[in-house]
Write a protein that binds this ligand. Structure first.
Ligand SMILES: [Zn+2]
Length: 155
């Protein structure tokens, strides 16, 4: 999926997951969900996140294959465990749910994702073309969902 789709998907995920665990700062929670929903694409030099990350991004994209470790459940399970152990389950869950939203967004495309990389390179894929008509429909649906959540939280 394209960057704006991942961002919108992240925002929807925030609304769906924000009350799963109580406690913590909701703005930090929101930012972590957003971060999780865009950070996997740091593994390609063509992505916005990679360019924002500057030198760190260059190192990561040099050493990793696109949709490799940074699109694997394994890496984020480790990050989740660290955040859960040393920080809080609330924030660990925020980053992880944003990340899962990103994975879902990529799994439905023909390029797919290998969720258990590097242990298995077997890819899970779907039929939805990046930037195609269905992605545009998904974008519209997500904007409507976000509008619905926003109206719901102010009324
Ligand atoms: Zn991706």
């Amino acid at each position: 999926m394209l960057f704006p789709t991942h961002v919108l998907f992240g925002v929807v995920t925030y609304f769906v997951t924000r009350h799963v665990f109580p406690g913590g700062n909701e703005i930090i929670f929101f930012l972590l969900v957003l971060l999780g929903s865009v950070i996997p694409d740091i593994d390609t030099k063509w992505s916005k996140v990679n360019q924002w990350a500057g030198f760190v991004g260059k190192i990561i994209s040099f050493f990793s294959t696109h949709r490799g470790l940074f699109h694997s459940v394994i890496l984020y399970a480790i990050i989740f465990w660290f955040m859960y152990t040393f920080f809080s389950v609330y924030y660990a869950f925020a980053l992880f749910s944003g990340y899962i939203a990103h994975l879902i967004g990529d799994v439905i495309t023909p390029m797919g994702v290998a969720p258990f990389y590097p242990f298995s390179k077997r890819k899970v894929r779907g039929p939805i073309k990046v930037g195609g008509l269905i992605e545009n429909i998904i974008i519209i649906v997500m904007i409507l969902l976000i509008a619905k959540y926003l109206i719901g939280s102010f009324s």
